[in-house]
Design a protein around this ligand. Structure first.
Ligand SMILES: NC(=O)c1ccc[n+]([C@@H]2O[C@H](COP(=O)([O-])OP(=O)(O)OC[C@H]3O[C@@H](n4cnc5c(N)ncnc54)[C@H](OP(=O)(O)O)[C@@H]3O)[C@@H](O)[C@H]2O)c1
Length: 284
């Protein structure tokens, strides 16, 4: 008992005192052509990490790669791929290993978010699940053997919408909740062999959160975090090896965290969402 309490505090102290040095490490980031993925690439670059950047738009990726080199990354490759296609995921992991010979971090960030005006199902929602959920599962499946070799890390960009109900975003919420539970399960299976950081951002400035989108989703009232602030917090958390991170941090008060599970004050939050959503509708 005394030993495990001491071990817990010791671990906690070490995490804060000695964050991971990223110089020379290889990070593969999906969805790196814009938003959170793009700015995460810059944060990794500033710390001297080598990068494999993945997304569908190659021109944007090339521009991000150029900036990442300027910021200090010694080596950057770009790979145009669609994470919803299993063969593409195999290819970008293979190309990364072929080029760098190793992999330290896999950042599962690529994602889309569509507003659902009604409960009808369309093919868009099926593809949303393919991208947001299966895209991360496929990439992880191919990366795990390499990550296991060097006690690597997996980063999952889920969403606060994965913790609580967000009206008009039902399928998106489901895709992000599925990510949380899937990677919590892998965390138990991997033990200390591979670290997993599950990130649940609130509303962050990006291509997704346009003014039109915020209005349609009735989320214009929600405080918006800048992409730069968000990724700085995320990278610090990754380097410390945190299991969970909510950005902005104050939103974490809604999820009381213990080491291995999260008790959610879901009821309160759902009430807050209903209140804001209904008020938003009345204003329209
Ligand atoms: N912004 C927020 O408020 C917020 C909040 C919570 C969670 N998130 C999550 O954060 C992640 C990043 O989103 P963001 O906000 O930074 O939005 P974003 O600027 O639209 O970035 C999304 C990225 O995902 C890529 N992507 C989309 N579909 C893809 C596919 N099929 N294959 C490969 N790449 C694909 C996009 O690149 P291409 O189009 O070039 O493929 C882009 O680089 C998403 O998972 C999102 O759900 C965002």
């Amino acid at each position: 008992m005394y030993y495990s309490v001491f071990y817990m505090f010791f671990n906690y102290f070490i995490k804060f005192a000695i964050p991971e040095d990223l110089a020379g490490k290889v990070a593969l980031i999906t969805g790196a052509s814009s938003g959170i993925g793009e700015y995460l690439a810059y944060e990794y670059a500033k710390r001297g990490a080598r990068l494999a950047l993945v997304a569908r738009r190659k021109e944007q990726l090339e521009a991000v790669a150029g900036r990442a080199r300027e910021l200090g990354s010694p080596e950057v490759i770009v790979i145009s791929a669609d994470v919803s296609k299993v063969d593409d995921c195999k290819r970008f992991v293979d190309e990364t290993i072929h080029h760098f010979g190793t992999l330290n971090h896999l950042v599962n960030n690529a994602g889309v978010c569509y507003i659902q005006e009604d409960q009808r199902c369309s093919l868009d929602y099926v593809s949303l699940m393919d991208i947001n959920f299966w895209g991360s599962v496929y990439a992880t499946q191919f990366a795990v053997p390499y990550l296991r070799n060097n006690k690597g890390k997996i980063v999952v960009i889920s969403s606060c919408a994965g913790w609580f109900a967000t009206p008009k975003l039902g399928i998106y919420c489901a895709s992000k909740a599925a990510l949380i539970r899937y990677f919590e399960t892998l965390r138990v299976e991997f033990g200390s062999n591979i670290g997993i950081t599950i990130v649940t951002p609130g509303v962050v400035k990006s291509e997704i959160t346009s003014d039109k989108w915020l209005l349609q989703a009735n989320l214009y009232w929600a405080p918006m975090v800048s992409t730069e602030d968000c990724v700085k917090t995320v990278l610090n958390s990754i380097r410390r090896g945190d299991e969970y991170l909510t950005v902005p941090r104050w939103m974490g008060i809604f999820f009381m965290k213990t080491r291995n599970h999260v008790c959610q004050t879901k009821v309160i939050l759902n009430d807050v969402m209903v209140f804001c959503f209904v008020r938003g509708l009345k204003k329209k």
